[in-house]
Design a binder for this molecule. Structure first.
Ligand SMILES: [Cu+2]
Length: 472
């Protein structure tokens, strides 16, 4: 019946799909037609045209689900289904998600709204939706078997409750969770305060995204769902750098970032050039006296953190997870560290047998960002992204906060790279170098001598154990 999909065009063309002529009025009165998104672009904020007004959020590489008002109730229609998600240019993953994408669309409502969500299951197994962090009747909490039967394939269930508490929430299945969350089923939920709230500030830009992770072998499309820790794709909203859009702001904007973690490990999220405060969790806004300045905050599994800062420094500021393995993309992990090993002669011999053989990493891994290594089809380069000064050498959970003086209010268009004022970029020192004074050269009795050095040098070769790279 309500299977006609509305495809959404370019930026700003999000339209509520409640006017399909092919569907009878009776059916339309019962069930809003689902709105489907086909692109991984960051859609502009969806300004509400019905209900109580609010300042909408921007979902990084995502979108907000349109609703219809039906006798004073905000009605949404989520469709749980297999999707193809472009994680970065040239790399697509076969995931499960909602309404055409993973993660699903952001749901935005206002404190006090009565909300009705139709959930249609187009997956091959049962599912349910848990509204993470919400106050609601127990029977609406979405835990399969405990609060409701699983939604069978092909069926639609209805959830209905009042959005009682303003804040930042998530939604995800509580049915075969290990599989369904590993496959990308999750989304964001924002409940805006209905009036000025003493602990919730007005902001100029309000970005949301989820931390998620996948294990997809190079050259394949479907995540390995049995993986517990050793993921190879660390993503924001199922995108990896350079596929993650920049967070574009106007200088002196007050900016809020709402970040939820549905991976299997914690992520210390780090912002360059500014200090922020954590103003809220999925438990609600934090008391003002509990806030202190930070440049990194750890977001544990199943948590949401709401960060706020004044974007008063112009520039292109890196913004990333501080776990260095989380800012790179798919690779085989079980390789020994080759730094300092000269294996040219070995390589020459191997090349006679295997023409494409390539040695990597004897001077660190940065060369990986520039070499043209043949990759299997549908594989994201490990460390990539090019900036105005060359290779950035990053992948995974990395983006850039672009602060610009001349960015228009409400304009999210990428302004390009920052034009640095003359004399404000680190450059090569080209004048003469002073010879540093070393202890064995230093004259005089006061020079320090090393103590207790063994007569012969001891060499230790450290080799990582195979498997389980994430535990360190
Ligand atoms: Cu991380």
């Amino acid at each position: 019946m309500v299977s006609r999909r509305n495809f959404i065009g370019g930026a700003g063309a999000v339209t509520a799909a409640v006017t399909a002529a092919s569907v009878s009025k009776v059916v339309m009165a019962a069930l809003p037609e689902p709105v489907i998104q086909t692109k991984p672009d960051t859609m502009p904020p969806l300004v509400p045209n019905t209900g109580r007004p609010y300042n909408p959020v921007v979902t990084l590489n995502g979108w907000t689900l349109p609703w219809r008002m039906h006798n004073g109730v905000k009605e949404f229609h989520l469709v749980a289904e297999p999707v193809v998600r472009e994680m970065t240019a040239g790399f697509k993953a076969h995931l499960w998600g909602y309404n055409g994408q993973s993660p699903g669309p952001t749901i935005e409502v206002v404190e006090g709204d009565r909300v009705r969500i139709f959930v249609t299951n187009k997956l091959p197994e049962v599912t349910s939706v848990h509204w993470h962090g919400q106050r609601l009747p127990n029977g609406m909490d979405g835990v399969t078997g405990l609060n409701q039967p699983g939604i069978p394939p092909g069926k639609t269930y209805v959830y209905e409750f009042v959005a009682r508490r303003p804040g930042t929430f998530m939604y995800h299945p509580h049915a075969d969770e290990m599989v369904q969350m590993a496959m990308g089923m999750m989304g964001f939920w924002i409940t805006h305060p209905k009036e000025k709230h003493p602990l919730i500030d007005e902001v100029d830009r309000d970005f949301v995204f989820l931390l998620n992770a996948y294990d997809i072998d190079p050259g394949s499309y479907t995540p390995k769902i049995m993986t517990m820790l050793d993921f190879n794709l660390w993503s924001w909203n199922s995108r990896i750098f350079p596929g993650i859009d920049p967070l574009v702001v106007r200088q002196n904007d007050k900016v809020r970032l709402r970040i939820g973690n549905l991976t299997m490990t914690n992520h210390p999220i780090h912002l360059h050039g500014h200090e922020f405060t954590v103003t809220g969790t999925d438990g609600g806004p934090t008391p003002k006296a509990s806030r202190w300045p930070e440049v990194t905050t750890d977001i544990a599994v199943g948590q949401m953190r709401q960060l706020e800062f004044l974007a008063d420094e112009e520039g292109d500021w890196a913004f990333h997870c501080h776990k260095s393995h989380h800012t790179m993309n798919a690779m085989g992990h079980n390789v020994p560290t080759m730094i300092g090993v000269d294996h040219r002669s070995v390589a020459r011999q191997i090349t006679q047998l295997v023409p494409d053989y390539m040695v990597m990493g004897e001077r660190g891994m940065h060369d990986m960002t520039e070499m043209e290594m043949p990759l299997p089809d549908n594989t994201a380069a490990m460390m990539t992204g090019t900036g105005p000064f060359g290779a950035v050498g990053m992948g995974g959970m990395f983006s850039v906060v672009k602060v610009r003086k001349d960015q228009k209010h409400g304009d999210y268009k990428d302004p390009g790279w920052y034009a640095h004022p003359p004399g404000t970029v680190a450059t090569e020192w080209t004048a003469a170098m002073a010879e540093p004074a070393r202890d064995d050269k230093a004259a005089g009795a006061g020079a320090m001598k090393p103590l207790g050095r063994p007569k012969t040098d001891v060499e230790v070769t450290v080799r990582k154990p195979a498997g389980g790279h994430d535990g360190h």
